[in-house]
Design a protein around this ligand. Structure first.
Ligand SMILES: C[S@@+](CC[C@H](N)C(=O)[O-])C[C@H]1O[C@@H](n2cnc3c(N)ncnc32)[C@H](O)[C@@H]1O
Length: 302
């Protein structure tokens, strides 16, 4: 199966340069507010897609266990440093286009600042729908092409692409902004119902961020997030969707056995067999490495 290229974060200092020293305390706080509003209060097994260095993971307090999935092994290593190794956090290196999980496994998922890198967004949303249990919550953040700055620039003829049309805009290689109506349409087509929309980072302006204290600006953003139900002109939009029921999915069973989570991402066979240092697929004979607490499903080993 050919899948679109992956935006490679291997070896990237994204967490440090973008968040820790990049002047993004305001955005981080706004996201924390939105997540608190949208996340279920409790649950068993959460999937965090494109978890990166685990910046948001400590916010999933109501969940018994969290699976952090990212294509970049070094991002997951940073997440391990932050969160530690325990039964609570499972680290999985894999491609969102080929999720290595059995159908209907999770009772919630988040995907924050990650759809942004998806050349085929509907394909990734279909993958997410497959691994969610009917009724599961999916909190999705996406970068909004229909934002105020893009609208003004387009009207003033400073920008060629239209913020009003539904197709994604790739403003840099493998970096996409989406139209909210397009994302809603994909979600509904794939089998989600949309429960809530929040607009986030209303005041993402360099001057404002320099002048106003973070908590004041984030407090104002918090007041405005509710307007997402009516219109979406912020650079970032959060949607809470619910996976609609499918008859073929059995009820959620005990999720203590981590091995039972996985299927072979190449041929779809489950269960995989645990061997020393890898998981084996008895159907296609591929082997998937397990090293230093990270299940690695990117490339099979020999
Ligand atoms: C902008 S970072 C966001 C990280 C984190 N969600 C946050 O908000 O701090 C995007 C993450 O998506 C991951 N990613 C990109 N494409 C991916 C893919 N096809 N499969 C899995 N992860 C992917 C990258 O490795 C990176 O860690």
């Amino acid at each position: 199966m050919t899948t679109p290229p992956v935006c490679d974060y291997e070896g990237s200092d994204y967490q440090c340069s973008f968040w820790d020293s990049g002047g993004r305390a305001y955005e981080d706080r706004c996201e924390a507010i939105a997540l608190k509003r949208l996340l279920p209060k409790s649950g068993k097994l959460m999937l965090e897609l494109g978890a990166g260095a685990g910046r948001n993971t400590p916010r999933y307090t109501g969940f018994e266990r969290v699976v952090l999935l990212d294509y970049s092994r070094t991002q997951l290593e940073q997440a391990q440093e932050r969160l530690g190794r325990s039964d609570r956090y499972i680290y999985v290196a894999a491609d969102i286009y080929r999720l290595p999980f059995v159908d209907g496994l999770f009772d919630a998922a988040t995907m924050i600042r990650t759809l942004h890198h998806m050349a085929d967004a509907p394909a990734t949303l279909r993958q997410v729908q497959n691994v969610l249990h009917p009724g599961a919550a999916f909190v999705l953040e996406f970068a909004n092409k229909h934002n105020l700055k893009a609208i003004l620039r387009f009207i003033l003829r400073q920008q060629e692409w239209s913020p009003f049309t539904l197709e994604p805009v790739e403003f840099a290689e493998l970096n996409f902004d989406f139209h909210p109506k397009a994302v809603r349409g994909w979600l509904e087509e794939i089998g989600f119902t949309i429960e809530r929309t929040l607009t986030v980072s209303h005041f993402r302006l360099g001057l404002l961020k320099r002048l106003a204290p973070v908590h004041v600006l984030a407090g104002m953003d918090s007041l405005f997030q509710w307007t997402g139900t009516l219109w979406q002109v912020t650079p970032s939009v959060f949607v809470k969707a619910k996976a609609v029921g499918r008859d073929s999915i059995p009820p959620l069973v005990g999720q203590n056995d981590i091995l039972s989570y996985f299927k072979c991402p190449a041929c779809g066979h489950a269960p995989l067999e645990e061997k020393k240092g890898y998981l084996a697929c008895s159907s296609c004979k591929r082997k998937w490495a397990v090293k230093d607490g990270i299940y690695d499903f990117r490339e099979a080993i020999h």
